[in-house]
Write a protein that binds this ligand. Structure first.
Ligand SMILES: Nc1ncnc2c1ncn2[C@@H]1O[C@H](COP(=O)(O)OP(=O)(O)OP(=O)(O)O)[C@@H](O)[C@H]1O
Length: 467
């Protein structure tokens, strides 16, 4: 039987010890357009399935040598990656129902009504094929939906995307290196999202942000009484990542004693919670990132060489944005689209503002570009970001005559702080003018009410306003 979802006739395996029944059923199903094979017992079924990848199995419960329906029943889950239809004698109705509980698709009582058989088989095969198609489409969609989150069309970004696509489905450990703000975490998430572990956790640990003496209990968890304050057992981040991906960000900052313990986990796949005696087993895929030069740290004795080789697996290197400036227009477009969704209004850059973005150097890389765009978008009016908006942010805080930050190559590292201070002041002014009415203030500022609430929260201005 051909249909839209299969390039070949669907395959059916008939498992029954009676050659005459097999022959009759085989002929009938062949007439219906199926490709059919037969097997006389369970062992025969297993070996047939090696060459004949059936889309459906018709399975009699009483099979030699034991003719024990319970034994056949126990084998149902083994075959149920495709629909299994139980062929049952009258006395085996209970067992057939149990088979369905075990994953069989349906049952048909013998003697078999050919018309009923044709209907049941067709329904089962169609559903199976649709499920298969949905799975494939989902996988394809995941690839399509995650990779665009890595914006950029430079050769460098193309290489990164290709590597991510190739490595993601494997279990290989990955080390992502490169300057701060170049997308190491985005790449690591893409590796997880495109892997078979995507429906499990992605646990991100910033090794430098957790104090050394807490890192062990954070990672491994602890048992009640392990130390003062440990009043109950607590799972660590490793356990949370079980079955999924553990992302160790800034791994170069991991203290040496912790490095030894991590090495053991990677070698043995087991660990002990702090204060615990019971060994825990875990299955994690490790992705690490660093902006440090790990081989240098190894030479300085600050990073263990054996651990370095364990985590290295495949290395993906990111480069500074200034070395792939052709990505800037696409990144601007990408972030503008995100901001337009956030503000519920289409945002645009006037051409002078675009030139400013294109000419500026970005020592803080993609993160700095994104933050700068977010800041100027916040003060733009009528959905257009103008050079004047960018200058406004500057002039407010510039005491110098000329504005060096508007020149290419100038250092803009303090722009964020300046933008923040200006935003706070503008919000405060608007709130005073609008007598604390947030809806009016958001209109006066030209942003959505939701956008204003987020800013008020982010800047800790919650004492402002009353509605
Ligand atoms: N290619 C990219 N496409 C879209 N967004 C990106 C890209 N690269 C970076 N970003 C964005 O820039 C910001 C910084 O990225 P990310 O946190 O991944 O950088 P990082 O290299 O891990 O930085 P750090 O070393 O400081 O942790 C994030 O908001 C991220 O979404």
């Amino acid at each position: 039987m051909f249909n839209a979802t299969t390039p070949h006739p669907a395959r059916i395996l008939i498992v029954d010890d009676e050659p005459a029944f097999r022959l009759l059923a085989e002929r009938f199903l062949q007439q219906q357009g199926y490709q059919v094979a037969g097997a006389a017992n369970l062992d025969d079924t297993r070996s047939k399935l090696q060459q004949f990848d059936a889309d459906l199995i018709l399975l009699d419960l009483a099979l030699p040598p034991a003719f024990d329906p319970a034994a056949t029943l126990a084998a149902v889950p083994e075959f149920s990656s495709r629909p299994v239809i139980i062929l049952t004698g009258h006395a085996e109705r209970e067992l057939a129902l149990q088979a369905i509980a075990q994953g069989a698709w349906d049952f048909i009582a013998k003697p078999i009504d050919p018309e009923l058989l044709a209907v049941v088989v067709k329904r089962a095969i169609t559903k199976h094929q649709l499920e298969k198609e949905v799975r494939q489409l989902k996988q394809g969609l995941q690839q399509q939906s995650f990779l665009p989150k890595l914006a950029g069309h430079s050769r460098h970004m193309e290489t990164v995307r290709t590597l991510v696509q190739r490595i993601a489905p494997t279990e290989v450990r990955v080390l992502v290196t490169g300057p701060s703000g170049t997308g190491k975490e985005v790449i690591s998430r893409a590796l997880h999202e495109l892997s078979p572990r995507a429906d499990k956790a992605f646990v991100s640990v910033h090794c430098g942000a957790i104090p050394a003496d807490l890192l062990e209990s954070e990672l491994f968890g602890y048992v009640k009484g392990a130390f003062t304050g440990a009043d109950k057992d607590r799972q660590g981040l490793l356990k949370l990542a079980d079955g999924g991906t553990l992302f160790l960000d800034e791994i170069g900052e991991m203290p040496l004693p912790m490095q030894v313990k991590l090495l053991r986990v990677l070698q043995e796949g087991t660990f002990y919670p702090v204060g615990g005696r019971e060994q825990q087993k875990i299955d994690i895929r490790l992705v690490s990132a660093t902006n440090a030069n790990l081989p240098d740290l190894v030479k300085q004795g600050k990073f263990r060489e054996d651990l370095y080789y364990r985590i290295k697996g495949v290395t993906i290197e990111t480069v500074a944005l200034d070395e792939r400036r052709e990505d800037i227009p696409l990144l601007i477009q990408f972030f503008l689209e995100q901001l337009s969704v956030q503000y519920g209004q289409k945002l645009q850059l006037e051409s002078a503002a675009i030139s400013w973005f294109l000419q500026k150097h970005w020592p803080g890389n993609v993160r700095e570009l994104k933050n700068t765009l977010e800041s100027v978008a916040a003060i733009a009016q009528q959905g257009v970001i103008r050079l004047a908006d960018i200058q406004l942010l500057h002039l407010e805080h510039q005491t110098r005559e000329t504005d060096p930050e508007l020149e290419p190559g100038a250092d803009l590292s303090s722009l964020d702080e300046q933008v923040k201070a200006l935003e706070i002041r503008l919000i405060q002014q608007a709130m005073v003018q609008c007598h604390g009415n947030k809806s009016q203030a958001s209109r006066a500022l030209g942003i959505s009410r939701q956008g204003l609430l987020k800013k008020i929260e982010r800047y800790g201005l919650t004492e402002l306003g009353d509605d």
